[in-house]
Design a protein around this ligand. Structure first.
Ligand code: AMP
Ligand code: MG
Length: 524
């Protein structure tokens, strides 16, 4: 391996501190009493770099030259093992759409290990789409360009938006063809195979704990909890004894708080995860596993991007906080054996709803340009959301218009998906705008400062579903320019960028009911 990649300093704490599967075969099976199984990525025929994130590269102290090297391509496509790595797939379970699904695990993600960067930060490095593992069940262990572009760009867009998220370093086409039936309707076709390199301080999920408690593997449950706390929540050890009930409760509380904070941030930017199963919930409260997610164009709390969820809409925008709570409840169940009593866990869960509500009010007050939440604000926010949902209103554009001085209905015309409003709506919206103007006047903030503050929480550029599809269509035809252009635009999502105006426009009519733009399946 070339010297540049030799400088990657691996310290594989997860491997070293936690139990491994003793079976070294790469056969599909139930894995007991282990946090992970050793498995090497599949070799690929013709790897080529599609794109990389320089900000993510900096987390590993890698330069653009490093990434553009042949060594990088070999190592991050899975074709050659880096020194200091012993690749592994993680074992976890999960509730899928409300039902316990048993063992899931990394079916197509293979971890290279944990890199310690110059600052001493740990970054777990994972290749998604790198071939079958013991957890692949009936699937192929691969990922296609379409879903990989979506994961790669959205991870980085979310980071720049200030939303807690895992990161994406690189997008590498493998040269393989992968068969997928996008709508599960018997129309399978070949798509380009791709490997995304993801980075996160940890890829441990709620389901990583659930699998142990579901099997009464309490020793492993404790080992995983203790290692997770030691590696990622060590500040809690200042106040609490290792292995104590108080420590586990403080940790559970912290995980729950972070989870709700993440959801508040999703609500702020109009992100719908789409598949909030407990195996897709990071123990660090990071957005993880970008699959059939979507962004609200018109503000509709009932909307879910996931076609698999179209019947019950369990994971719709307006339901995300409740689902997060439900998931925290499942995590509490799985941690119960460590604590042996329910009181403390229940207290956290009971407080969580109001803690979310408080954070949501604060978030909304920032979106509306207020310094703090006052009496009556909640009703003002709720009236606004009801109005936004009443006629098709582009959420992103609406909040950018709201920062302006002119609060006449006409000044919001760019945000509406139709030209005319009925009288009832116009009356109600005008009344709301009057009330808002009065409330805003009380803040006595100088207009320039207000606009700046509002524009720093209300993004101009979000990863609209149709933009993803346009970038994918081009990338599949071999043109990676739009992937890279979007990556660049999303570096400054709150700032107007010259020549990039088209990326801030509302969804065009053709995208209203197009696959990939308004409907997404789990096929990836
Ligand atoms: P998801 O809901 O996409 O996060 O995936 C749920 C489970 O299915 C996880 O255990 C994944 O690793 C697994 N999975 C998804 N797609 C594949 C695939 N193509 N090959 C193997 N496992 C997969
Ligand atoms: Mg997943």
């Amino acid at each position: 391996m070339a010297p540049i990649l030799k400088t990657l300093n691996f310290d594989n704490r997860f491997l070293n501190d936690l139990p491994a599967d003793s079976d070294l075969s790469n056969s599909r099976r139930q894995v007991h009493n282990a946090c992970y199984s050793f498995v090497e990525p599949a070799k690929v025929s013709a790897p080529s770099l599609v794109s990389f994130s320089k900000e993510a590269a900096a987390l590993l102290d890698l330069s653009a030259d490093d990434i553009n090297s042949d060594e990088f391509l070999k190592a991050f496509s899975g074709n050659q093992m880096l020194e200091g790595t012993k690749p592994y797939a993680m074992c976890y379970g999960g509730h899928q759409f409300g039902n316990w699904a048993g063992q899931l695990g990394d079916g197509r993600a293979i971890n290279l290990g944990e890199v310690v960067n110059a600052q001493g930060d740990y970054w777990a490095v994972q290749l998604k789409g790198a071939g079958p593992t013991p957890y692949s069940r009936t699937a192929d262990g691969l990922a296609v360009l379409r879903s990989s572009v979506r994961e790669y760009l959205c991870s980085e867009a979310m980071f720049h938006l200030g939303v807690p998220t895992t990161r994406a370093l690189s997008l590498i086409n493998t040269g393989e063809e992968v068969m997928r039936d996008i709508l599960y309707n018997g129309n399978a076709a070949y798509e380009p195979g791709t490997v995304v390199c993801r980075l996160s301080p940890s890829f441990v999920r709620f389901g990583s704990f659930q699998i142990f408690s579901s099997r009464n593997e309490h020793d492993e449950l404790k080992q995983l909890a203790d290692a997770t706390i030691a590696h990622h929540f060590s500040e809690l050890l200042d106040a609490h004894e290792v292995g104590s009930k108080e420590l586990y409760l403080a940790w559970f509380n912290e995980v729950c708080q972070r989870t709700m904070t993440m959801v508040v941030e999703w609500m702020r930017v109009g992100f719908v995860h789409g598949v909030m199963n407990t195996d897709n919930m990071s123990i660090l409260g990071l957005t993880i596993d970008y699959g059939p997610y979507g962004w609200l164009d018109d503000f509709n709390p009932e909307w879910t991007p996931n076609t698999t969820d179209s019947q019950n809409r369990r994971y719709r925008y307006g339901q995300q906080a409740n689902v997060a709570l439900w998931n925290c409840f499942q995590l509490a169940n799985s941690l119960y054996p460590l604590i042996g009593e329910t009181d403390g866990l229940e207290r956290t869960l009971e407080d969580l709803q109001s803690s979310y509500q408080t954070q949501w009010l604060e978030m909304m007050s920032k979106k509306l340009g207020f310094k703090s939440v006052e009496n009556g604000d909640q009703a003002l926010f709720e009236r606004l959301e009801a109005l936004l949902a009443k006629v098709e209103t582009d959420m992103t554009i609406f909040y950018r218009c709201l920062a302006g001085d002119d609060l006449s209905l006409a000044s919001f015309s760019d945000a509406y998906y139709q030209d005319k409003h009925d009288q009832d709506y116009s009356l109600a919206m005008n009344r709301w705008l009057d009330d808002y103007a009065n409330r805003r006047a009380k803040e006595a903030i100088e207009p320039g400062a207000r606009i700046k503050a509002m524009n720093s929480v209300n993004p101009l550029y979000v990863f609209r579903n149709y933009l993803a599809q346009l970038a994918i269509d081009k990338a599949e035809a071999g043109d990676h320019s739009m992937v890279n252009e979007l990556l660049n635009v999303f570096r400054n999502p709150y700032e107007q960028q010259e020549g990039m105006e088209a990326y801030a426009l509302k969804r065009p009519e053709w995208a209203r009911s197009k696959v990939g733009c308004s409907m997404l399946s789990c096929s990836s």
